[in-house]
Design a protein around this ligand. Structure first.
Ligand SMILES: N[C@@H](CC(=O)c1ccccc1NC=O)C(=O)O
Length: 409
């Protein structure tokens, strides 16, 4: 990476200021978390600052509006000060400098939203409730329990056209909505590598991050584990793949569903075919290749580093990979057998040589979820409740799952 490129990255990063994320004062239960983003640096209502946020940080030069991410860091991870002002109730706050880069220590969470590669109503903002719950939890537990969170980002990526939302739609106008595969995954990889170039994690923790996606975001999360060359894309320089991937109500075998829809979900076949063709074109063989549960064995690619920049030290460290599959049986848009197909694919293709079965319920929440292990890969199956989008709309359940996953690393 040239000095010029490094300067360019830093300028993009510094182009957006940090704003405070506030929560109600005093100890509260995780369920009454509120999250607001104040534009001014002073909170006058006695609420406390639980984190800092940047909204819409462009991750590419000449980015479209959608080539940007939101980022949240816990307040405790900055050296900014919070002091009561002379008036008593208000709090004067000094936000971190726009160019200040988070310390990089601890686990990073990267979220990919859903919306069938095309719905402009679903964006990076869908992670806000979950981020709020996590920041509140850390704020309350600070010092009692060390939650090793470095920070969280939620990525936007260019979308494919939606028939109901043309680019001149009054409520959802905007550019970046004419995307075709591989544009979506290209943007996701660009966003992650931008973050990694900024944070410069050390070889010991460079893969200590969690990639989590909802619905088609889960498809993208698994696609990010594969080599870019599968998409005809050049290697994403220096991209380190995550040690943990979490798929929530995810789409993993699009071709299989369109060919033979799951019982009870037949009515969705046409809708699937439309949004899949809109994102990937009409060629059904492409549909198979892009589905992480229907593509040829990509598991060995999860271990590799694109661009070949991994240090000797980092290469030696073979971290155990974890895939966490989360799905609701009350989801009326995605059937449970999508999870089952992904689970079976992972277990089948994981190195079978030293296959080891791990007994028990590895996630520790005691609700009968399953865990299976094949050499070097653990697969967790977690059943949740609620409708397709409920998990990110409310955020508390997803926050609990992510806090658990962070504690594993
Ligand atoms: N609201 C979306 C539909 C959608 O998001 C969806 C529908 C069926 C199965 C999965 C979906 N979302 C996956 O990201 C749309 O209007 O295209």
């Amino acid at each position: 990476m040239t000095e010029e490129e490094e300067d360019r990255d830093r300028a993009l990063w510094a182009s957006v200021p940090w704003t405070p994320v506030t929560g109600p004062p005093g100890p509260t239960t995780p369920d009454d978390t509120t999250i607001t983003s104040a534009a001014s640096s002073t909170t006058g209502n006695g609420s406390v600052i639980i984190g800092w946020q940047k909204k819409d940080v462009p991750y590419l030069p000449n980015a479209t509006a959608l080539q940007a991410f939101d980022i949240w860091i816990p307040a405790s991870s900055t050296s900014s000060s919070q002091q009561p002002s002379k008036e008593g109730s208000a709090v004067d706050v000094v936000p971190p400098e726009p160019n200040s880069i988070p310390g990089g220590k601890g686990v990073w969470v990267v979220f990919l939203h859903g919306g069938a590669w095309r719905d402009p109503r679903v964006s990076s903002t869908s992670f806000s409730p979950t981020a709020g719950h996590i920041l509140r939890h850390i704020h309350n537990r600070h010092q009692k329990e060390d939650v090793r969170l470095g920070g969280m980002i939620s990525l936007n990526y260019r979308l494919s056209p939606h028939p109901d939302y043309p680019p001149n739609h009054p409520e959802y106008p905007g550019d970046g909505r004419g995307a075709k595969h591989p544009d979506h995954i290209h943007d996701v990889l660009s966003g992650i590598s931008f973050l990694q170039r900024l944070l410069k994690p050390s070889p010991e923790n460079e893969d200590e991050f969690v990639l989590v996606g909802h619905s088609c975001g889960a498809t993208l999360a698994f696609q990010a584990l594969m080599d870019s060359s599968r998409r005809g894309l050049p290697p994403t320089q220096g991209l380190v793949k995550p040690s943990v991937v979490v798929g929530v109500n995810g789409l993993y075998d699009l071709a299989g569903f369109i060919k033979a829809p799951t019982k009870g979900y037949e009515g969705l076949r046409d809708a699937y075919e439309k949004f899949v063709a809109g994102a990937f074109g009409e060629d059904e063989s492409v549909w198979r290749e892009v589905g992480p549960a229907s593509a040829g064995n990509w598991l060995p690619e999860w271990q590799t580093l694109e661009g070949g920049q991994r240090t000797e030290e980092g290469r030696k460290r073979v971290r155990k990979r974890k895939a966490v599959l989360v799905q609701s049986k009350q989801d009326t848009l995605v059937p449970y057998d999508q999870l089952e197909k992904m689970r079976d694919y992972l277990l089948k293709h994981a190195t079978t040589a030293a296959a080891a079965a791990a007994a028990g319920d590895g996630d520790g929440d005691g609700d009968g979820d399953g865990e299976e292990e094949r050499a070097g890969l653990q697969v967790f199956e977690m059943e949740i409740g609620g409708e397709h989008d409920e998990i990110w709309e409310k955020g508390d359940q997803l926050a609990r799952i992510l806090l658990k996953v962070i504690s594993w690393l």
